[in-house]
Every structure is written in C-alpha cells, then in structure tokens.
Design a protein around this ligand. Sequence first.
Ligand SMILES: Nc1ncnc2c1ncn2[C@@H]1O[C@H](COP(=O)(O)OP(=O)(O)O)[C@@H](O)[C@H]1O
Ligand SMILES: [Mg+2]
Length: 230
Amino acid sequence: MSETKNIEALITTDARTTLLEAKKLSHNFDYELFENINLILEKQQSIAIIGMSGSGKSTLLNILSSLLEPKNGEITFENNDIYKIKKKKLLNIRRKDFGIIFQAHYLFRGFSANDNLEIATLLSGNEIDKNLLKKLNIDFVINQGVGELSGGQQQRLSIARVLTKKPKIIFADEPTGNLDKDTAQIVLDALHDYIRENDAGMILVTHENDLAMQCDKVYRLTNLQLEEIK
Ligand SMILES: Nc1ncnc2c1ncn2[C@@H]1O[C@H](COP(=O)(O)OP(=O)(O)O)[C@@H](O)[C@H]1O
Ligand SMILES: [Mg+2]
C-alpha cells in the first residue's frame, strides 16, 4: 500500500465502530441554521447537543434521525445514504434500528401501559425487559391505563417502549424535559446503560448542561457550527 493509501485508511472512518456518519450538513428555514456540519457516532458512544432555543437542535436531530431531508449533505447508516435509499428500506431502518424519543410522547391512550409495551414486542420480536421497567421505576404501574399515569410516568413508559425494540441508535430530543432532577437522572442512567449493554449509540438534545456533560462528547450548536465542548 502506498503512503497516501495508508493515511487514507487511517482517516477513513472505521466501519466496525461507526454507527452513523453525517457529512457537510446544511439546513435553513427562514434563516440559516447550520452549515457544513460533520458528525460521527460510534458504538457505545453518547453525544449531547446543546444550544440556545431556536438554534436548530431539533431540526438537526430530525435530519440525523431520517425524519427531515437536509438542504445539503448526507447521512450514512450501515453503508446506506439514508436519504438516497428506497423508501421501504428507510422505513425498515426507522422501525428497527432507530429509536426516536420525542418531547411529546405518542402512547396509545385507551390502553394499559403493558399493552403499549406489547406493541413494541410484537413489532420487534423482543421481550419486555422487566429490569428496565424497574430501573425506570414504572414496573408497579404497568397494568394501569395510560391515562391514569402521571406525565413523568408516561414519558418513562414511552422511553421503555422505544428501548424494548432494541434500536441501534437512540435519538432523544429533551427526553427529560418534564421530569424532576432525580427522575431525569434515572432516565439518563437507563439510557447510558442501554447503549453500553447493547453496543448502541445515542444522540441527545438537551438544555440541561449537567446531563449533557455526562455524555462522551458534547457539542454546542452556535454560529451555524457544532462547537466541541467536550
Ligand atoms: N418545519 C419547520 N418549518 C419552518 N420553520 C421551522 C420548522 N421547524 C423549525 N423551524 C424553525 O427553525 C428554527 C430552529 O428550530 P428548532 O430546530 O426547533 O430549534 P431548537 O430545537 O434549537 O429550539 C426556529 O426558528 C423554528 O421556528
Ligand atoms: Mg428543540
């Protein structure tokens, strides 16, 4: 191998450890949000994105998680450019490999907590993880109707439902937004445990700096760029 080839091999991302790679992402709505952003997520890695309200964090997360095509740039997951592959393949990735946790959770209201988890097991063929429910402190409400749960319990249930399908990447937009400090920490610990135990990765958008700093890497979205904080 020539010298240049060797160097190329070194700087090319390692397919064994890379989960997601974003290259030169740019996006705008009324104003420019970001320009030429690059990001790599590795297995077992957590990345936090912080930044002022309106800076474009949610937009960036939507783009990374396959929900919004960027104006420019590409995103690769397992050698697939997610905005170039066939719709069916993308739906499959979204269903199986991507675990998307929104600020607003979409639980089936007329059903019990357990029914909501059963749906995830049916779609994925996995079992409900009783340990996870204990960890999230919702194991004792599992037979109650969704409507009877507190907002915080519903939020944790929706997180449990996402994790039940065993995604390779968790995309979480302010997942602890409505939770008190202690409960937020419990949820974050559960997410960190999950990615370690399942060789998964996480991209977390949060405005809580102390939670962000517990991630392996932290970026601030500012001046159209991701500024590396940690
Ligand atoms: N679908 C959309 N259509 C038009 N403008 C949008 C849309 N989504 C977000 N925006 C605008 O983009 C900017 C960034 O929004 P957002 O990504 O939600 O920021 P953050 O999550 O950092 O608060 C805001 O000005 C918002 O109004
Ligand atoms: Mg947001």
